[in-house]
Design a protein around this ligand. Structure first.
Ligand SMILES: [Zn+2]
Length: 292
């Protein structure tokens, strides 16, 4: 039997294996979708942590003291920007971090939403935009860890190729839906970039943030639209309360088409533990509900 002391030594040796000999780059992503992108680009060289986890709503997130410590520990922080993480600048100040904060959506064409014309932050709902995110993440990791340049470039290139395949898959899948049925209701206005990229119209009672609830007037307007446009399905979201959608379905006879993943991945056991899974899941749900 190993003594406690020997056991400890064995653990220390195991941890100090060649892979861990060189310290990994500590990267913090603000929410689950970005965390997945960073893991693909960072590979074995990066130790990725995430602030807003699976099935959680970043719009209304309240950071904890543990989050401030995560920010303080990170060598580089990857954010979405476009007003998505309204709590971020305060958190960074509180943490005392000097790490670069990289806005991974930099360079995309920003969609303006609603009457106020505020920026729509959900740019990851278009695969073309995510290719811009990945390039920004790659460049940020290289800037923080120049010795890893070749690794980050190779990882990013491999993942970008997968994104091209995904984009083609989505376009092919949407063609199965008759043009006059390419219209659904979702809880909040999170699919504007998907709509522009792939040609399915999303109508939502709630705006681009979940911070404000839909008003009685918004709900009445949506009910009229569902009836007038004969919208076949309403969808639930993993980050939104399902009750409003259930009520809309009851009042209009539109069917509940399933659950879409808008602003967060699921846990490992769910349908969408990665970004690519998320997009595939959403498209499958849309095609199933709308194609017939
Ligand atoms: Zn959202």
């Amino acid at each position: 039997m190993l003594s406690r002391r020997h056991l400890l030594a064995a653990i220390v040796l195991a941890v100090a294996s060649p892979a861990a000999a060189q310290e990994r780059l500590k990267v913090l992503a603000t929410f689950s979708v970005l965390g997945d992108l960073v893991k693909h680009v960072g590979g074995d060289r990066a130790e990725v942590s995430t602030l807003v986890g699976p099935d959680s709503d970043a719009h209304v997130y309240a950071p904890s003291p543990a989050d401030a410590r995560k920010v303080a520990d990170a060598k580089v922080v990857i954010a979405n920007g476009l007003g998505f993480e309204g709590w971020m600048s305060r958190l960074v100040r509180a943490s005392g971090s000097k790490a670069p904060i990289v806005v991974s959506s930099n360079g995309i064409t920003v969609r303006k939403a609603g009457a106020s014309g505020e920026a729509d932050p959900h740019a990851w709902q278009s695969v073309a935009n995510v290719k811009v995110y990945v390039a920004n993440i790659r460049d940020a990791l290289i800037a923080s860890d120049p010795a890893g340049r070749d690794v980050y470039q190779a990882n990013a290139a491999a993942y970008l190729a997968k994104l091209d395949t995904l984009d083609a898959e989505i376009r092919a899948a949407v063609t199965a839906i008759p043009t006059d049925r390419r219209r659904i209701i979702s809880s909040h206005d999170a699919f504007g970039y998907f709509q522009e990229a792939y040609g399915i119209e999303f109508i939502a009672p709630q705006g681009v943030s979940t911070e404000t609830e839909a008003s009685a007037r918004d709900v009445a307007r949506i009910i009229t639209q569902i009836r007038r446009l004969k919208i076949p399905a309403v969808f639930l979201e993993n980050v939104s309360d399902p009750r409003l959608m259930q009520r809309l379905a009851q009042e209009t006879g539109a069917r509940i088409g399933g659950k879409l993943y808008s602003d967060a991945l699921t846990s490992e056991k769910g349908d969408a533990p990665t970004y690519i899974d998320l997009m595939r899941h959403n498209v499958k749900q849309l095609v199933t509900a709308l194609a017939s």
